[in-house]
Design a protein around this ligand. Structure first.
Ligand code: NAD
Length: 354
């Protein structure tokens, strides 16, 4: 087992440390990125994907871990930002030996990073890692096990949709509004149910035809092909699938006047926030809108007894934070993404001072 500090990982990197973790016996090759431990131990999920190259994985873990710093600070959690990735195909290469090797690497950081599940991982995988280290959440059982975060993530996004709608139309009533929803997975499906119950009309897509059929059948949704979702005649676009989907090519096609969704890293580049702003589209920054998931995981990390009380209080506070961000952005005539980043920087500066 080798855990090596990567010196100067990327130009202009603001990371405290990025470690390359390698175990030839189990085939483990991964990265653990600590972006910031200023507010507390760095927390964020572990992702396993067949990356095309090591530098591709390094870029992903760098961006995701920085996003976790912003997400945890915006959610008012005493946690910093971190993320880990394992290079490989989870369907073929994820073995108990590989996960235990990752657990041993994690243990060498003595709690500066706390992992949880992300793409390609399951609660059972977290239980295997737990055999080597206590610095893991998202366990399938145990006193504080927090379970699937997706319903809480969806609740947070639903709140964010109502708040964006209120900012634009002075009401939280979305009955009759059309929401175009990209991705009907764990988060998207729960969100679709909440929107339907609030009287919104749904235009949906997914790369899995069975999920689309279920939404048409059970939620009265209108289905479109994956590539057509950007042209859908909707009021609100809710990306809940993959990152990078707000870009030069797609933004010009959007009919919606609000973008509020759960996917991480929705903006392909930071300048896409400005592009949305110039088109008059109100964008709820993803790291604020989708903070419900980490709030749920935090109940496990922080060993919270009154789980639902904590979740409700943090979701309400997150909603207030988003309201302030959107209102301030409107008043200043700037992108909410800009204001959200300034807000987080202020939170971090004041905690550092206090
Ligand atoms: P998931 O894998 O359960 O669902 C994703 C869905 O998107 C799947 O149904 C998939 O078929 C579909 N999809 C993939 N590519 C697509 C495309 N090009 N067009 C349309 N559909 C496509 O994942 P999830 O847990 O629902 O998470 C969704 C997003 O939200 C991810 O970006 C994730 O990182 C982010 N997120 C999730 C949580 C959580 O609590 N699960 C928390 C914060 C952020």
């Amino acid at each position: 087992m080798f855990t090596t500090l990567i010196p100067s990982p990327t130009p202009g990197s603001t990371h405290e440390a990025i470690y390359r973790v390698e175990d030839p016996d189990s085939g483990l090759l991964g990265l653990i990125a600590l972006h910031s431990t200023q507010l507390g131990p760095a927390a964020g999920g572990l992702r396993m994907r067949p990356y095309t190259s090591f530098s591709d994985a390094l870029e992903d873990v760098s961006r995701l871990s920085a996003g976790m710093t912003y997400k945890n600070a915006a959610a008012g959690l005493p946690l910093g930002g971190g993320k880990a990735v394992i290079l490989g195909d989870p369907t073929r290469q994820k073995t108990p030996e590989l996960l235990r090797a990752f657990g041993r690497a994690l243990q060498t950081l003595h709690g500066r990073y706390i992992t949880a599940e992300d793409m390609g991982m399951s609660p059972q995988d977290m239980a295997l890692i737990r055999e080597e280290t206590p610095f893991v959440a998202g366990l399938p059982d145990g006193a504080f096990a927090s379970g699937d975060p997706s319903p809480i993530t969806a609740r947070g996004i639903f709140n964010a949709i109502l708040t964006a709608h209120e900012t634009c139309h002075s009401t939280r009533d979305i009955a009759g509004r059309v929401v175009s929803l990209q991705g009907l997975g764990h988060v998207g499906w729960h969100l679709a149910g909440l929107l339907r119950r609030a009287g919104a009309k749904l235009i949906v897509t997914d790369t899995d035809p069975e999920r689309i059929e279920a939404a048409v059948r059970e939620l009265g949704a209108v289905a479109v092909a994956p590539e057509e979702i950007y042209d859908a005649p909707s009021d609100i676009f809710a990306p809940c699938a993959i990152g990078g989907i707000l870009n030069q090519a797609t933004i010009s096609r959007l009919k919606a006047t609000m973008v509020v969704g759960g996917a991480n890293n929705q903006l392909a580049t930071p300048s896409d926030a400005q592009r949305l702003h110039e088109r008059g589209i109100l964008y709820a920054p993803d790291f604020v809108a989708n903070g419900g998931g980490i709030i749920n995981v935090a109940t496990e990390i922080l060993k919270i007894e009154d789980r639902e009380g904590f979740v409700q209080q943090k979701l309400d506070a997150l909603d207030q934070t988003l309201r302030r961000i959107l209102t301030e952005a409107q008043a200043q005539g700037v992108s909410p993404d800009r204001v959200a980043i300034d807000t987080v920087n202020r939170i971090m500066a004041s905690r550092a001072a206090g």
